[in-house]
Design a protein around this ligand. Structure first.
Ligand code: 6R9
Length: 654
């Protein structure tokens, strides 16, 4: 780590905003001054950009930390803010979604059309027995219906839980159970890498293994027909979208709900095997998602074409595909497929075709384009781009500079945005047109946000120092809890710096001499693979769930393309080896993890070893396994119960 830090700190390239960009920028230096002068008044002002059915009189209540409320006595409707109000303001003909399917089919959906669709769907949801406070699971490809589904759930005051389409039936099952979902919205499948990737069968499998038993909370499955896939059907439970939505009434008046009405649950990996259901509410979340989208992405809704490439199954897709852009009334691209189907220039073709002006994506994507070479993007006209953004993991300076040079034509500012599922919206980033940018650093807290870097005891490290990133002040879009587990909420984020009242983010960071923040990766057992958070424990439990495996340890090893890659060390049961040959077992286990959790969790390498390095108290020393996985000399082994074990493992891995 220390050589990586030194390397980062020798990065001295700086990019000042151009005067052209600065003169038209939405953000300004004055925003920081206003927020510093009166933080709550600043957030109240941002919240008033939304439409409130009942205006709020209170801003923040932090009398019972870590449980905050924002704008508590106000009432609003989140979907109304994303749809109806733009139509009522005369922007109904503006395109909301420029949708492109992977096979090349296209749809343009205006704000008026999307509003109409969401109203019909809201009526359908009510007919299916869903009402305010009920949970609805959404398991869909990137099609306009997915965005409509989120908004329709929000419109009736229910709570959505979007589950990434790449997750397995098991992951789906545990998330449906944890939330007690009443309805699942899915599709027969979606197009990925030139093939149909089925979704409905996973829902059937998730629900099928227990039939219509008394524990089953799911009453209906609403299915969009996207492909020509054959699907099996459970009469009475399953409903085709095309049978009910077009036939439903398009009259639906949005009812007001309290600002703290839950909006969604989104599951994310923690340090234990069980994913955490991060809970977000309405008024504060929408305020900060909309505000950050506007100032960090410099949105000019009359002229911009925004494209955030994230899937709606991740927080980035919630805040910067569904809620932020639609609350701002901007036009955005929604793309169903993968970056390299049917050809490696697919994204650049889309930028050219739709005249994308703002592109927001992840370092892992940028690094894989770098690997393929600049000749591919250079075949396309990317001159419409005026701003680029990065999210999901630290972006190394080389990738940052390549992004600006090859994709941004040395013209575009780059915003490296740090935030989390838990924070709901961007927290640390440059403001384009305002901040002089530094490749590799996410830089400064946004106006109204309190950030610091502290040591293990909560003391500020000061400029030039390294430690743990904390959030020092409550913020509007902060998580309100972990679904059904208030203790875990306190324990995970607040206990560590209880005295100071700081939120512990789980990220290592350093402050440079200017006080700018450089992120250094997670400090816990959470891996970051292609910007997706995966828990070592969750993958270990999947491995141990296989009949062949006695013990497993998983580490995140640095990887040129994906940032980190999953590397597993497993001990095979003797009883298994007595009956089977170990031939091909590593591959079988890789596939197994993919089936249990989802393809993104599939280990890059599975090493079969005889022992694992453990401390005397029995804790696996993942640090040492990471050394092996990254091909380094193994570090200090003195706390191991058996100090010889590492040389045995190193030999076995070779
Ligand atoms: C939005 C999102 C959160 C974790 C976070 C951190 C890493 C995200 C980053 C970044 C460095 C950035 N992370 N953005 N690290 N620089 N610009 O990714 O949410 O999936 O919850 O992941 O991702 O480690 O703690 P989520």
């Amino acid at each position: 780590m220390s050589s990586q830090i030194d390397h980062l700190f020798s990065e001295t390239r700086r990019f000042a905003p151009s005067s052209d960009f600065a003169s038209a920028a939405v953000g300004s230096a004055e925003l920081y001054e206003r927020a510093d002068a009166d933080r709550e008044a600043f957030w109240a002002e941002q919240a008033r950009d939304l439409h409130w059915h009942t205006p709020f009189t209170k801003v923040l209540d932090w009398s019972n930390p870590p449980f905050a409320t924002w704008f508590e006595d106000g009432e609003l409707n989140v979907a109304y803010n994303c749809l109806d109000r733009h139509v009522e303001a005369g922007h109904g003909d503006r395109v909301a979604l420029l949708w492109e399917g992977e096979p090349g089919d296209q749809r343009r959906v205006t704000y008026a059309e999307l509003t109409d669709e969401v109203k019909r769907l809201a009526n359908v949801l009510s007919d299916l027995g869903v009402s305010a406070g009920d949970r609805v699971a959404i398991y869909m490809p990137m099609i306009p219906e997915a965005v409509a589904a989120m908004l329709a759930v929000a419109r009736i005051g229910a709570i959505h839980s979007v589950i990434f389409g790449g997750f397995s039936a098991d992951s789906l099952r545990s998330r449906i159970d944890d939330a007690g979902a009443k309805l699942v919205i899915t599709s027969d499948g979606g197009y990925r890498k030139g093939r149909v990737s089925p979704l409905k069968p996973a829902v059937d499998q998730a629900l099928g293994d227990r039939g219509h038993g008394p524990q089953e909370t799911v009453e209906h499955v609403l299915v969009v027909k996207r492909t020509e896939n054959e699907v099996s059907w459970t009469d009475g439970r399953d409903v085709w979208w095309h049978d009910v939505v077009p036939a439903a009434s398009a009259d639906h008046e949005a009812q007001p709900f309290p600002a703290e009405n839950p909006l969604f649950i989104l599951y994310t990996s923690g340090t234990t095997g069980k994913p955490k259901g991060i809970l977000h509410t309405s008024g504060g979340y929408l305020t900060q998602a909309a505000f950050t989208n506007k100032v960090v992405h410099d949105l000019h809704p009359e002229t911009d074409v925004f494209w955030c490439t994230a899937d709606i199954g991740w927080i980035t897709g919630h805040s910067y595909v569904t809620y932020g852009p639609l609350a701002n009334g901007v036009t955005q691209v929604l793309y169903e497929g993968t970056p390299d189907s049917p050809h490696p220039g697919r994204w650049w073709e889309i930028v050219e075709k739709y005249g994308v002006t703002i592109l927001y994506t992840a370092p892992t994507a940028i690094r894989s384009f770098m690997k393929l070479g600049r000749a591919i993007p250079e075949k396309f006209d990317l001159s419409s781009l005026r701003l680029l953004g990065s999210v999901g993991e630290p972006i190394n300076p080389e990738a940052w500079v390549w992004y600006r040079h090859v994709i941004g034509g040395d013209r575009t500012p780059i915003v490296d945005t740090w935030w989390q599922t838990e924070t709901g919206a961007i927290m640390v980033s440059a403001l384009p047109g305002v901040t002089e940018t530094k490749p590799g650093s996410a830089q400064v807290p946004l106006p109204g946000i309190g950030v610091d870097v502290v040591d293990d005891s909560g003391q500020e490290v000061g400029n030039g120092g390294g430690g743990l990133l904390v959030l020092t002040k409550p913020w509007p879009s902060m998580l309100r809890g972990i679904w059904g587990d208030p203790e875990r909420f306190k324990e995970t984020y607040w206990d560590k710096f209880e005295q100071q009242g700081y939120y512990f983010a789980g990220d290592g960071a350093r402050l440079d001499e200017d006080g700018d923040v450089w992120f250094l990766g997670r400090v816990d057992d959470v891996m970051n693979v292609s910007g997706h958070r995966l828990s070592t424990t969750e993958i270990e439990s999947a491995l141990v769930g296989n009949e062949a495996v006695a013990e497993a340890a998983v580490v995140g090893a640095s990887d040129e393309t994906t940032g980190q890659a999953v590397v597993a060390f497993v001990i095979i049961k003797q009883s298994f080896l007595d009956q089977h040959s170990p031939e091909g077992l590593a591959d079988t286990l890789r596939k197994w993890v993919g089936e249990q959790i989802g393809p993104i969790a599939r280990p890059r390498d599975v090493y079969i070893v005889g022992e694992l390095p453990k401390t005397r108290s029995g804790k696996i020393m993942r640090r040492l396994l990471r050394d092996v996985a990254e091909g380094r000399e193994v570090g200090d082994t003195t706390t191991l119960a058996d100090t010889a074990v590492m040389s045995v493992i190193s030999a076995q891995v070779k």
